[in-house]
Design a protein around this ligand. Structure first.
Ligand SMILES: [Zn+2]
Ligand SMILES: [Zn+2]
Length: 113
């Protein structure tokens, strides 16, 4: 069943499950059909279970952006620069790729000026 209270990262309403077993079964199905790895999550907002994806973006343990969110990690400079262009265009800002000082990969930063 679609949740009416909880949204995921992509701004879509999450699927809700009444117990963890149901969530796990669906996670297996999605893995087979779409090759996506999902994790079950017990939601404190609605009290049901959701599935969340962890494969698409990893976050750095050390670096935060100006909003104090942990920074996404990109494994290559090219990947980071491609993302910088598309996100920058969406938000009408200029983003730059830089190498993580802690060796986690590449991050994006917004430079003034
Ligand atoms: Zn929820
Ligand atoms: Zn970092």
């Amino acid at each position: 069943m679609r949740s009416s209270t909880c949204k995921g990262n992509n701004d879509q309403y999450l699927e809700e499950y009444h117990n963890e077993t149901a969530a796990l079964i669906d996670a297996e199905r999605i893995k087979k059909e779409y090759g996506r790895n999902l994790k079950t999550l017990h939601c404190r907002t609605c009290g049901y279970w959701h599935l969340t994806g962890f494969t698409t973006s990893r976050v750095c343990m050390f670096c935060t952006d100006s909003g104090l969110f942990q920074k996404d990690i990109y494994s290559t400079r090219q990947e980071a620069e491609t993302k910088a262009v598309s996100v920058g265009r969406q938000n009408r800002i200029k983003l730059y790729a830089y190498k993580c000082p802690h060796g986690s990969g590449w991050h994006l930063t917004r430079r003034k000026g």
